[in-house]
Write a protein that binds this ligand. Structure first.
Ligand code: IVH
Length: 710
């Protein structure tokens, strides 16, 4: 119990947890089990009986009009089913419920009187919280006034950071030499609970005392205060608010929570676009699964799903314990940020010679898989993160699925940790390493032609999906081709024959007694794939050549402009740079590439071995009527995959980007569109549905497709 109390204090008051969320949950479950077995031991101040996050003395107290509750957690289907069973037992049936994301932020209580914001308070002990009204004036999504002068409205919600902004903030925190925030919740709490009003007063006082001619010391102090103020208000302005409940209210009647959300929305208060009414346990499970799948593509961190009985009369009937309602439950996903020990930092030599440090950690489960390695990008990144070998580190799965070391837990150091030293020689070919140009963050092995690691990576890259898409050319096959000297580099790949493969054990299996070895099924498939790959379009060939900066986008532009590999090779710097989407840097990289005889020989060997390297005719024939238009895609479009929709746009000259801005011409919203849709509506960017999108793809899009309402 002391461990939990201490952890709570650190979590809620100091915004600096020492236990991970998962460890806290484990302790909490142990305490619950103990108290279940020995009910007489349960004290009224036990963490199981109170709402965490008592108040600090830093802020003025504010009494909530209605008590703010916490939530009981369930961690798997069985626990969730047990909760549903209790609800159904009480009511005789499954009531309409509402499911929402459990936003990883900080609960606050807003009180509006006559439609004007009076206070914003943290949850505190559930009855009395801390007054942070002053700070919330910097948060855009908390309206000062409501659309209607409702006599009294107490709104509960979450203050949180979007992941992008959380990462930016952590970068700033680490640049200032402090430990990063472990999660967006702590970052939100730390940002909201700053006394910027005091700093303002201090600033006024120093300025008044300094008068017209401040001393150097006074000037320095003023500047420091101004910088701190700018940092604090800048961070505050990046916070968001989303409503998730209603407290006391007068002057309006609501029968259900879903009605309340519509009402709040109409008053100008943000509500979750992900909230959904569910009418069966199956629907709840489907919601939990779906959101769990999309969890990492949401703009903000979530740690679960909150499921609530929708009818307010029923909520009253269920009531609450001393800390949690019986009518709601939080289904918690497995933790996304974990701690582990950084065993060592090693380096890896990539396709372009970049030497990348990567972390080797004690194996740890995060977001559904066991992680032991994470890239650290470059030596500057290691220094910026401030990680030492032997450190306890925070680890998470960034955006998609890539594990990322967030930073060290400085408090956990015992002095045995040591700094990482970047090697001075290539670990593979022993060539001296260095930045390519002065000031480059990346360290490279300059031996592009001979470094075995670079040759292997380039060879493997030829088979990747964005390049020639040769499924059988995995890491091991690439290594085997080199080890058996069937190829000296990627130039020889398309000359590989059946006889060649038969000479390499990786591609053969023993024949029946006495007969010669035979090709494995994989090797047969590889030969067939090589044949198919010879006719891949020029854009893919350009990607496969590993020319610096030439990725799919530049390659597509080049292919469209020049049509053949020989034409690209013959083009001058000026001709290349003039292509839309190419420019000076890429043009220079291409000219340099072909000027290097051993590289030019790779391209020539491919042509000699029957690689056609022509641009597809289909694209060339399409009308380019979307040229100059920028699209953002969101949701699932019937009849399209995300890739095919994007290709349909680019094939007609348009551009697809990932985020909505005022410069976006169209947002194409399919089923279940995400926050991009909301952003489009907010910015007034026209939104197309699938039918409108199809109409726009037609060569002569008349009449102009209608934008969706909203
Ligand atoms: S409802 C009586 N809904 O989770 C219901 N809470 O672990 C109380 N939270 O204190 C809260 N997203 O800070 C609710 N959609 C959501 C939520 C949510 C995040 C937080 C909230 C609460 C904590 C409980």
């Amino acid at each position: 119990m002391e461990a939990i109390e201490q952890a709570r204090q650190q979590y809620y008051l100091d915004d600096a947890p020492t236990l991970s969320d998962a460890q806290y949950d484990t302790y909490y479950a142990e305490l619950l089990a103990l108290e279940g077995a020995y009910p007489l031991l349960v004290t009224s101040d036990s963490p199981t009986q109170t709402v965490g996050g008592a108040r600090s003395e830093m802020f003025e107290p504010v009494a909530h009009l209605e008590r703010m509750l916490s939530l009981d957690d369930v961690f798997d289907e069985a626990e969730f089913d047990a909760w549903v069973a209790r609800v159904v037992k009480e009511l005789g049936e499954f009531p309409t419920m509402i499911a929402e994301p459990k936003v990883d932020g900080l609960a606050v209580d807003l009180v509006y009187a006559e439609g004007t914001l009076r206070t914003c308070a943290t949850r505190g002990d559930g009855r009395v919280g801390e007054d942070v009204t002053f700070n919330t004036s910097y948060i855009d999504s908390i309206p000062r006034t409501l659309a209607q002068p409702i006599p009294l409205l107490e709104v509960r919600g979450e203050i949180y950071f979007n992941l992008r902004q959380f990462n930016d903030l952590n970068d700033e925190v680490m640049a200032a030499g402090r430990s990063p925030f472990a999660n967006p919740r702590n970052a939100a709490a730390g940002t909201l609970r700053q006394r910027i009003d005091r700093r303002q007063v201090e600033l006024r006082e120093v300025r008044a005392a300094a008068g017209a001619a401040p001393s150097a010391r006074q000037q320095a102090r003023i500047e420091r205060l101004l910088a701190e103020q700018a940092r604090a208000t800048g961070a505050l302005a990046r916070l968001h608010f989303v409503s998730h409940g209603l407290g006391a209210h007068e002057g309006l009647t609501v029968a259900t929570l879903s009605e309340a959300f519509d009402l709040l929305d109409g008053l100008g208060l943000p509500v979750s676009s992900e909230a959904a009414v569910v009418t069966s346990p199956e629907q709840v499970r489907a919601y939990i699964d779906d959101l769990g799948q999309r969890r990492r593509s949401l703009p903000h961190e979530i740690d679960g799903v909150v499921v609530k009985v929708d009818q307010i009369a029923l909520q009253r009937r269920f009531g609450a314990t001393s800390r949690t309602p019986r009518w709601a439950v939080a289904y918690k996903y497995p933790p996304e940020v974990v701690r582990t020990r950084l065993r060592s930092i090693e380096v890896n030599v990539g396709r372009t010679g970049r030497v990348t440090p990567f972390a080797i950690m004690e194996p740890v489960r995060v977001a559904g898989s066991t992680v032991t390695m994470a890239t650290l990008h470059n030596p500057g990144e290691v220094a910026r993160k401030g990680v030492l070998i032997g450190d306890t580190v925070l680890l998470r799965k960034a955006g998609d699925v890539i594990p990322e070391v967030i930073g060290p837990v400085v408090e956990a150091r015992d002095g045995s940790e040591r700094p990482f030293q970047m090697p001075t020689l290539c670990p593979v070919c022993r060539t001296p390493l260095g930045p390519e140009r002065e000031g480059d963050a990346d360290i490279r092995c300059p031996n592009a032609r001979g470094c075995p690691a670079q040759v292997r990576e380039r060879l493997h890259h030829v088979g990747t999906r964005a390049a020639m898409d040769i499924e059988g050319l995995g890491e091991k096959a690439a290594q085997a081709l080199l080890d058996c000297a069937l190829v000296t580099n990627e130039g020889d790949l398309f000359g590989v024959t059946e006889d060649d493969l038969l000479r390499c054990p990786f591609f053969t299996r023993a024949g029946r007694a006495g007969t010669a070895p035979q090709l494995t099924a994989n090797a047969v498939a590889l030969l067939a794939q090589l044949t198919q790959a010879r006719t891949r379009p020029l854009s893919r060939v350009l990607v496969a050549l590993s020319i610096r900066h030439v990725g799919p986008t530049a390659a597509t532009a080049l292919a469209r402009a020049f049509g053949s590999l020989t034409a690209v090779r013959a083009a001058t710097h000026a001709e290349l740079a003039a292509v839309d989407g190419v420019g000076e840097v890429i043009a220079e990289a291409i000219v340099e590439w072909f000027a290097e005889p051993w590289r030019a020989a790779i391209a020539q060997r491919w042509l000699d071995c029957g690689v056609t390297a022509q641009e597809e005719q289909a694209d060339a024939g399409l009308s380019q009527h979307l040229a100059g238009l920028t699209f953002v895609l969101t949701g699932t479009l019937p009849g399209f995959t995300r890739e095919s929709a994007a290709e349909a746009v680019t094939a007609r000259g348009g551009k697809v980007t990932g985020s909505v801005s005022k410069r976006t011409n169209w947002v194409v919203a399919g089923d279940n569109p995400g926050s991009k849709y909301d952003r489009a509506v907010a910015l007034g960017v026209p939104v197309l549905d699938a039918a409108g999108f199809r109409a726009l793809l037609a060569p002569d899009p008349t009449p102009p497709p209608a934008a969706l309402p909203g």
